[in-house]
Design a protein around this ligand. Structure first.
Ligand code: NAI
Ligand code: PYR
Length: 308
């Protein structure tokens, strides 16, 4: 499995590369960035530790590297400011992103390669990538609400004082202001969250609020998210590499699940070596379904406004 990261010199790209190196599953990690010195420095820094990790090849170079990749991760782009929504970024990131897609198209991709968008606003840019690259929709995904979901699980675990891997909660919808926590399906160690000792509506509301604001909080305090998004990206890449068929809330083109159509948004998605294997639909609480419908509408309207 050969993975390239466009934007690999930046915070998100380099943290993803480090998580992939530590994971030891992928064989080659190629970093691509317009900032040559920075990306060469990141690749060197990773390479220097490689005798202590796994037998991987790690290197930097230009966009031509993506033609040999099984997964092309795109993290290139501008960061939002703390007071800016992810959708506000669209005006600043669309042109830059279109140029990257044109470069990828010019170089060409391997048959079956997966394009994995992380740059924000991720759902809109995933849709743009799917349209511009002309790849089958199952091969184009976005990180979607994978990061929001791990933030929610991790912070809930800390508040309940339980191991984070025992918390099973999910966020669907937009990676943005209209994200939808699915409390109807929340469990801790297989037990319903609402019956779990210590869990109560006030605590749940507090963790939800913190999760919604956590991207902005991290940007304010350290400039941008790195570690959590890095491990989130690696988790999705590993699921693809090992054809694990795990259910992940990645963003992808919808064709009817939860009533969502012609929009890239997060729903429970079975992911494997070929990309999206299946979207799974479950019955939600009516208020969750309404919020998910609204989230799809927000994204559809943005796509119409920006892409025409
Ligand atoms: N989907 C998600 O959950 C998350 C998405 N993000 C998004 O990821 C993106 C990157 O964030 P950071 O890494 O913090 O920013 P950064 O500024 O640290 O890195 C961006 C990198 O992209 C490079 N770049 C710019 N134009 C390029 C081009 N045409 N080709 C190749 N490389 C290019 C820059 O040189 C820079 O190294 C932002 O859009 C941010 O909003 C960040 C965190 C979470
Ligand atoms: C930047 C961003 O999207 C986040 O940290 O959630």
């Amino acid at each position: 499995m050969n993975v390239s990261i466009i934007g690999g010199g930046g915070l998100v790209g380099s943290c993803a590369a480090f998580a992939l190196q530590a994971g030891g599953i992928v064989r080659e990690i190629a970093l691509v960035d317009v900032n040559q010195d920075l990306v060469e420095g990141q690749a060197l820094d990773l390479l220097h530790g490689s005798s202590l990790t796994a037998d991987q090849k790690i290197y930097a170079g230009g966009t031509e590297l993506v033609k040999d990749s099984d997964v092309i991760v795109i993290t290139a782009g501008l960061r939002r400011k703390p007071d800016e929504s992810r959708l506000d970024l669209i005006n600043r990131n669309v042109e830059l992103f279109k140029n990257i897609l044109a470069d990828v198209k010019r170089v060409g991709t391997k048959p079956g390669a997966i394009v994995f968008v992380v740059s924000n606003p991720v759902d809109v840019l995933t849709y743009l990538a799917m349209k511009e690259l002309g790849l089958p929709p199952q091969q184009v995904i976005g990180l979607g609400t994978v990061l929001d979901t791990t933030r929610l699980r991790s912070m809930l675990a800390a508040r309940l004082d339980v191991p984070p891997t025992q918390v099973s909660t999910l966020i669907l919808g937009e990676h943005g202001d209209s994200m939808v926590p699915i409390w109807s399906a929340a469990q801790v160690g297989g037990l319903p969250l609402d019956k779990f000792p210590g869990a109560n509506p006030a605590l749940i509301a507090e963790v939800e609020k913190k999760t919604r604001g956590s991207g902005a909080e991290v940007i304010k305090k350290k400039g941008g998210a790195g570690f959590a998004v890095g491990v989130s990206i690696a988790d999705v890449v590993h699921c693809i590499a090992l054809d694990q068929r795990r259910i992940l809330p990645v963003s992808s083109l919808q064709d009817g699940a939860f009533g969502l159509r012609d929009v890239c948004i997060s729903v429970p998605t079975v992911m494997g070596r070929s990309g999206v294997v299946q979207h799974l639909e479950i019955e939600l609480w009516p208020k969750e379904q309404m919020a998910l419908t609204q989230s799809g509408k927000v994204l559809r309207e943005t796509v119409d406004k920006v892409l025409g």
